[in-house]
Design a protein around this ligand. Structure first.
Ligand code: PEP
Ligand code: MG
Length: 691
């Protein structure tokens, strides 16, 4: 056995290219070769790229090399040459700026209050997600063969890429792909994947994802910023493997305690996979007040800034970041002075996730004049479920079921959906829950749509999607009907255009009931409601009301479609005017149509979550509101202090206005005059000139 100590002298440390060279050299010898960090105790098999990368040896790291075998002397000598020659790249590599990043600020729109200091976790929209299915013992061999075939394909592709890179960019650049190839040959990595398949009975996609995620997590904890960024090499290889395999349900992504999720856009399907227990904040390039990212962030009570345009491209996983939703900005690489300022101003609140525990008022909510208002909860992801009871919601007014789905292209099975809806029913108890059929399409589709649409918000969205993809809708209906045998569940149809959509959906529901009966499967009674959120539904609300058991007013979309303003676009955020008279008139007419038909109407858009807007809704005739659970206490506090007759008088005046500006002025004036104690100035709509 021979031993020698080497020092990593390359500016970038033992990064992927250098590691690839080392592994190639080490693999030429028969002797075993180990590398041990003198500090930190980590050791690596010098013939395994993965193992060498995990050493996280940055510049200056001392490594003890131990060779054992017939050609040990020569092996150590060759390694020595590599180290002393700086892996042949000292003159080729420009030192990337790493520790001296200047502080950079990006302006966006703060959509969920708070300040957070944490580390960036980039979430790629293009990432391929996978599902978990349990294999029977007889299927394992076939799955292993499938995995090995994918591996062969990925290797062929990479060999071609490496050759092209060597030809076009030079041998040194080609070493990056050599590192990727070595990863695909790495016995540990492949062994771990195969172990997942054969021992855990996991499908190949899942096995690759689990092993890949584990490695990425280990890598993302490396302190050296440049080496840490190399986690992208691992992710790259994982993605390449996944391209050859396909899947449906994704694993939930575990987040580290200070993760700030940075993404171009968070699709519901991406949100659904995350473990939100730790997420400290969200920052996205796109989005507006009513985009689902914003809704989720408010639901979780974590700060969020959206509409940051090209921030995602600039942020790197692991970078330090401040998310300041009050100031509507994010700060990358905050300077010590900036950090100190935030820490002294916001203290622990900025570095830990705090859930406000409000004083809970019990019993029904009544206005000063005795009008009873029902407050229900909107929920999307399990992390919000605890809030339903904590904040005293009377049932679940809106369960956005599309958050159950994966982006992998295949639906969640009927049984899995049944389990999810049963859980929702249990959570809601006697007050019941309303499950909205998948509102897919628009911003929510992910890979479910074969081709991107030219105008997704006006495309095959919501109920249209279900009526077109009948099997998807039927599966969902069956799951809900079965779960309704165990608890109170109702169904709401998203974005119906008119009574025709309602009739088609109801016919399908009846057919599925009969099928369940024929199969001897139990199902429960469900009420059927219509989401009123497009102008055609408002204009024909009277006719729709005669055909459903309840209405739900989706004010987010109602604003979007009435004003023709994309709710997710920061470019037109200035035109998204919730208090536009046309929107108020639409709400008023829809509420009246429901009243005349004797059916309840629940207002479940974001408008209901904001105290001043909720007061106006009351004035328009709403008595049933559904909102993010965390907002229930403050809406409750405000509404319990007002007289609904005053609200009605103000709303009636607003209905006469011609523009959103006029309504906003009026609201501020009247609210200040009547309810100055209840609605502080900053809780009232901001005037255009103040923005
Ligand atoms: C709405 O449109 O107001 C609504 C409640 O649904 P979503 O925000 O999910 O479209
Ligand atoms: Mg909607």
């Amino acid at each position: 056995m021979v031993e020698r100590t080497f020092t990593v002298t390359g500016q970038l440390g033992l990064h992927a290219r250098a590691a690839a060279k080392l592994v190639r050299v080490a693999s030429c010898f028969e002797s075993s070769l180990r590398l041990e960090r003198k500090e930190g105790g980590r050791s690596a098999d010098a013939k395994s790229i993965l193992s060498v990368l995990m050493l996280a040896a940055s510049c200056g790291t001392e490594l003890r090399a131990i060779a054992e075998g017939p050609d040990e002397e020569k092996a150590i000598d060759e390694l020595g040459c590599l180290f002393s020659g700086g892996f042949g790249e000292t003159s080729l590599v420009a030192l990337p700026a790493r520790t001296e990043h200047p502080e950079i600020r990006w302006k966006g729109l703060g959509v969920s209050e708070g300040i957070a200091i944490g580390r960036v976790l980039r979430m790629h929209n293009g990432t391929k997600y996978v599902y978990r299915s349990r294999l029977d013992a007889a299927e394992i061999d076939r799955e292993l063969r499938r995995f090995r075939a994918a591996l062969r394909l990925a290797r062929c592709q990479l060999t071609a890429v490496r050759e092209r890179a060597a030809r076009d960019l030079g041998q040194d650049q080609a070493y990056v792909f050599d590192a990727h190839l070595l990863l695909l040959e790495d016995k540990k990595l492949l062994g771990d994947v195969e172990k997942q398949i054969s021992q855990e009975h996991a499908n190949a996609e899942w096995a690759v994802r689990v092993v890949g995620d584990h490695l990425v997590t280990v890598y993302s904890e490396i302190e050296d910023a440049y080496l840490r960024e190399r986690e992208s090499d691992i992710e790259d290889v994982v993605q390449r493997l996944l391209v050859a395999l396909s899947g449906e349900r994704r694993p939930r992504r575990k987040l580290s305690k200070d993760a700030v999720i940075v993404s171009q856009d968070l699709l519901p399907s991406a949100v659904a996979e995350m473990d939100f227990d730790y997420a400290r904040a969200i920052a996205t390039d796109t989005g507006g007040w009513t985009s689902h990212t914003a809704i989720i962030a408010r639901g979780l009570g974590i700060p969020a800034v959206v509409g940051l345009r090209d921030f995602f491209r600039r942020a790197r996983t692991g970078d330090q970041i401040v998310v300041d939703s009050l100031g509507g900005e994010v700060i990358l690489h905050p300077s010590p002075t900036t950090l100190e300022r935030y820490l002294s101003e916001f203290g622990n609140r900025a570095t830990s996730r705090s859930v406000e525990t409000p004083r809970l008022e019990e019993g029904p909510l009544r206005t000063v004049d005795g009008l009873e208002i029902r407050m229900r909860a909107n929920v999307e992801v399990p992390a919000e479920f605890a809030g339903v009871r904590r904040y005293g919601a009377r049932g679940i007014g809106l369960y956005r079921s599309e958050f159950l789905l994966s982006r992998g292209g295949v639906m969640v099975s009927e049984d899995d959906q049944y389990a999810a809806y049963s859980e929702i029913a249990k959570l809601a108890g006697d007050d019941g829950a309303i499950v909205r059929l998948f509102d897919l399409g628009g911003e929510n589709t992910g890979d479910l749509m074969a081709k991107p649409e030219r105008n997704p918000a006006l495309g095959l969205r919501a109920i249209r999607f279900g009526l077109f993809h009948k099997e998807i809708m039927r599966t969902q209906l069956r799951a809900i009907l079965r779960a309704a045998a165990e608890g109170r569940l109702d169904i709401v149809l998203p974005m119906v255009a008119d009574v025709g959509d309602v009739r088609s959906a109801k016919a399908m529901i009846e057919e599925e009931k009969s099928r369940l009966e024929k199969q001897g499967l139990q199902h429960g009674h469900v009420g059927i409601g219509a989401m009123i959120e497009v102008p055609s539904a408002v204009l024909t609300a009277g006719r729709i009301a005669g055909n459903v058991d309840f209405f739900e007013l989706g004010t987010n979309d109602l604003v979007q479609y009435t004003l023709a303003v994309d709710r997710s676009s920061d470019h037109v955020a200035g035109w998204f005017r919730t208090l536009h008279p046309s929107v108020l008139i639409s709400i008023y007419q829809s509420l009246n149509a429901a009243k005349q038909a004797g059916i309840p109407a629940i207002v479940c858009g974001e408008m209901a979550s904001t105290p001043a807007y909720a007061a106006l809704l009351l004035g328009l005739g709403a008595v049933d509101l559904s909102m993010t659970p965390a907002n229930i206490p403050r809406v409750r506090r405000s509404l319990s202090c007002i007289d609904s007759r005053d609200a009605k008088a103000i709303a009636t005046e607003c209905l006469q206005c011609g523009t959103a500006d006029e309504v906003e002025h009026l609201v501020r004036e009247r609210f200040r005059a009547r309810w100055a104690q209840i609605f502080p100035l900053d809780s009232l709509p901001r005037l255009r000139e103040e923005n």
